[in-house]
Design a protein around this ligand. Structure first.
Ligand code: 475
Length: 838
């Protein structure tokens, strides 16, 4: 570092960061004219966005630097959040709001000739995730920074994020999402690299001093390069780091022998193979397919991240036994489970620790979060695959399993069944490594993401582990969402109205303060403003629908929204069958009866995994039903069906504030938590839902009178399924009428939808669509009735928002910090404290 006597000059010239409109404009114009080499004669909105983003990036990086210094000096425990997905969405609006300079930027841009909304809309979403799991990681980063926790995220810098969805003739088409063309939010760190090894073989020998040496050698090297993304907290100067790894051929590895012998092409091919590792996000949500490249991604990212963490730890010159006092690592699902094995490998093979001492460190360091009980989503890797790619790790996995099974045997002598049930190795052909079991054995805490889910994992998929370890290893941390993005940013007018009643924006840091809205539940003036904001949000969505779908919808109609990944367990098919049922009812009504009906717009959005044929069929049906209904003159405004293309974070920010009712209708016991349910309610929408995931806790918090619940309970699902095959079971007659309508060709090519019908009629209706159909439809009738009484509806809406304080991700992160990570926030000096928050 710089000698003491020269530091004065550094301090004098180190940038302070703009706070005034003029300084912002100066920074913005400087970036446009120099960084981008443009001028006022050719500055379009994209260039203005770029200039603005770069000005804010500089602004963030000043605080980022200070935060990193502060955290290094403070020398306290850090949390490392390992996630293969971070679904960040756009960064600019969030950065402006979190540093409290949106108004400054707005006025500045105005003077430079641009509208801030247009500039914000230039940004491409950072879409490095599929759905719930990835967006949760993004909300957690926001909370960890806002609460001043010393925290790092570690992920992969995919060249292609989740695909862009287009709808052609009603079918989903996938377009690659090449998003890195211009990304002002990342800092390449070409000096921060890690070499990661694959393949090779394990050499075990005794050295000259008689010591056992294990060496993994002759592998193939790939280099990980760090790209850092600043994560600003709200109303604090803490800016944390998200470090994403990009793969490239190891410099030592570019095969000069091949190159010199004229085999240039094959040398280049090696190069490309290395780059392939971080090329693309696997587009599956709640599904694992066991692809070799995916395993490579996992190890590449785990190895690079652990190396980085250890490098940082070693600078403190502490003993290894203190590692868990400095480092907590949270595994976002089982995807980073190899980090457990990698740490054990480094400690025993490289650092020379004894197995038990090392294992003690490992298990104290890791925590594992489970996000799903669906069997098809539980990761398993074939033993031969791991053997080939990571031979030393496979040995260690076998050793971990051996020691684990020995302890199980001591506790449950002679229970062979128990041993084979809990074994990390599944004795199938080929043998498989059960990653969830490995994650449990290698962690000190395992948590589910909502109460029901955390109970279910203890009584179903992990029940034997509860017997082995006792119940205390298993815990619940109910998910949450960041109110900064999902209220303040997405719904600025509602946030402002709330602030005007509560006296400040403090509720964005302490969401329980929303309960101070309760006195306004029947306040006439307040209700009017509340309703006006919802209406304005609906008008905005209606404009978006007109532009994207060419369909004009009435913003006075009830907006009924289901946006999430398309999956049979989430039951978009139940929704669209319900829509058809409603359509048939309208068709059979007299004009007088039609007049009494509340107009509706059914809005769908969500991507299907490219290989998930059933999910794609559901999308197809929704679009075909829309085509017919939307132009049926008998129906008019009474019913419109819209499929919104390419649902993503920035579209969610438009859709969620505009909903009257949203649908969270998974088969009970299948949706681990759900988080969009929380977003909708926080924006004053009511929900229809099953007793599943966080719906249950939302109901408990906001009151049963404010939720439209329907359907069978989780505890009855298994018996019902059994009954479908072995009982006297018949499909709901109203649902059969819907099927008749589809089969008669009303929505075109009836054969295309046959599989959706036969899944229910012929193949056991695994997701209980028929069982729940009657109560689903009746509940929608109830919604129609309730919506007619707007006065009462608005009161419900306000009361629900007032009671949503629990669902902030700040609460959630504090729970992890206390009960799993054992870390403290790092106080930030006053210098930081909050500028005018706008
Ligand atoms: C749950 N993704 C939501 C959310 O906790 C929950 C799994 C395997 C491979 C690829 N992706 C996955 C998930 O399991 C996932 O997104 N789970 C979701 O996590 C956050 O709110 O109920 O389905």
């Amino acid at each position: 570092s710089i000698p003491e006597h020269m530091r004065e000059a550094w301090r004098k010239f180190s940038p302070k960061g703009f706070t005034s409109k003029e300084d912002f404009e100066a920074e913005c114009v400087r970036h446009i004219e120099t960084t981008l080499a443009r001028s006022l004669f050719n500055c379009d909105e994209l260039a203005a966005y770029s200039g603005t983003a770069l000005a804010f990036r500089d602004r963030l990086i000043i605080d980022w630097n200070k935060t990193q210094q502060r955290q290094t000096f403070a020398d306290q425990k850090r949390i490392y959040y390992l996630s293969l997905e971070f679904l960040m969405g756009r960064a600019l609006d969030n950065a402006m709001l979190n540093v409290g300079l949106k108004n400054v930027a707005k006025q500045g841009l105005d003077e430079l000739g641009f509208r801030i909304e247009d500039i914000i809309n230039q940004e491409h979403d950072a879409a490095l995730g599929n759905g719930g799991l990835g967006r949760l990681a993004a909300c957690f980063l926001d909370s960890m920074a806002s609460l001043n926790y010393p925290a790092w995220g570690y992920g992969l810098r995919y060249r292609y994020g989740i695909f862009k969805q287009e709808i052609e003739n009603g079918y989903q088409v996938e377009i690659p999402d090449y998003w890195l063309d211009f990304n002002p939010w990342e800092f390449p760190r070409h000096d921060v690299t890690v070499d990661v090894q694959f393949f090779g073989w394990v050499n075990k020998y005794t050295d000259d001093e008689g010591k056992q040496v294990v060496s993994w050698q002759d592998g193939e090297m790939v280099t990980a390069v760090a790209y850092d993304v600043p994560v600003p907290g709200y109303g604090t100067s803490t800016v944390n780091n998200l470090r994403l790894w990009s793969s490239k051929a190891s410099s030592g590895e570019f095969d000069f022998a091949k190159f010199n012998s004229g085999d240039y092409e094959s040398a280049v091919a090696d190069q490309q193979r290395a780059e392939t590792i971080s090329a693309v996000l696997y587009p599956n949500d709640n599904l694992e397919r066991g692809k070799e490249l995916r395993l490579k991604q996992q190890y590449f990212w785990c190895a690079a991240s652990l190396h980085d963490i250890i490098r940082r730890f070693k600078k403190t010159q502490r003993k290894w036994s203190e590692f868990p006092d400095q480092v907590a690592i949270q595994l976002n699902d089982t995807h980073p489970t190899l980090a457990i094995v990698e740490l054990q490998r480094i400690l025993i093979d490289k650092e020379g620790l004894e197995w038990n001492a090392a294992w003690d460190i490992v298990t104290k360091t890791f925590g594992y979060t489970n996000h799903t009980v669906l069997p098809e989503a539980l990761e398993k890797w074939s033993v031969p695959l791991i053997q080939n790619l990571l031979p030393r790790h496979l040995q260690i996995i076998y050793d971990i399993n051996l020691f684990f099974l020995q302890t199980v045997e001591r506790r449950f002598p002679k229970d062979r069944e128990m041993l084979s049930r809990v074994s990390i190795i599944e004795e199938s052909n080929p043998k498989m490594v059960r990653m969830a079991y490995l994650a449990i054995v290698g962690s000190h805490k395992v948590n589910g993401v909502a109460e029901l889910h955390s109970d279910l994992i203890k009584t179903t998929i992990f029940k034997d582990f509860v017997k082995v370890y006792g119940p205390d290893k298993f815990t619940n941390v109910t998910n949450g969402i960041t109110p900064r993005r999902w209220l303040h940013q997405a719904n600025p007018r509602l946030s402002e109205l709330i602030a005007s009643k509560l006296g400040s924006y403090e509720f964005l840091k302490d969401l329980t303060l929303l309960n101070k809205l309760e006195p306004f539940v029947d306040d006439k003036e307040f209700k009017k403003e509340w309703a006006e904001i919802k209406y304005a949000n609906k008008v905005r969505l209606a404009q978006h629908i007109l532009k994207s779908n060419g369909v004009s919808v009435n913003p006075k109609a009830l907006f009924d929204v289901q946006v999430k990944r398309i999956h049979e367990y989430k039951r978009q098919q139940l929704n669209i069958f319900g829509v058809i049922h409603r359509y048939l009812a309208i068709k059979s009504m007299t004009p007088e009866e039609r007049k009494k009906l509340a107009p509706r717009v059914s809005i769908f959005g969500g991507k299907a995994a490219p290989g998930y044929w059933m999910a794609k069929t559901i999308i197809h049906l929704i679009n075909k039903v829309g085509e017919v209904i939307n132009k049926d003159p008998d129906v008019g405004d009474l019913l419109k069906v819209i499929f919104l293309e390419d649902y993503n974070v920035s579209k969610a920010e438009i859709i969620i504030p505009a909903s009257d009712i949203s649908e969270h209708i998974s088969t009970a016991g299948t949706e681990a938590s759900g988080t969009s349910n929380m977003k909708f309610v926080l924006n004053g929408g009511l929900v229809i839902g099953t007793l599943d995931g966080a719906n249950i806790e939302i109901t408990r918090e906001i009151g049963e009178e404010n939720v439209f619940l329907f359907g069978n309970l989780a505890e009855d699902v298994e018996d019902l399924r059994h009954n479908h095959f072995y009982g006297d079971y018949s499909v709901n007659p109203e649902l059969l009428k819907v099927f008749e309508c589809i089969k008669s060709g009303t929505f075109g090519d009836e054969a295309a939808f046959g599989a959706l019908i036969s899944a229910i009629v012929d193949h056991g209706d695994y997701y209980l669509v028929s069982d729940d159909f009657d109560s689903y439809c009746k509940t929608h009738d109830l919604i129609d009735e309730s919506y007619k009484n707007q006065d009462k509806w608005v009161s419900k809406s306000i009361q629900s928002v007032a009671r949503m304080g629990f669902f902030t991700s700040d609460r959630c992160i504090n729970e992890y910090a206390d009960s799993i990570w054992n870390i403290e926030p790092l106080a930030v000096k006053e210098e930081a404290e909050v500028r005018a928050r706008t």
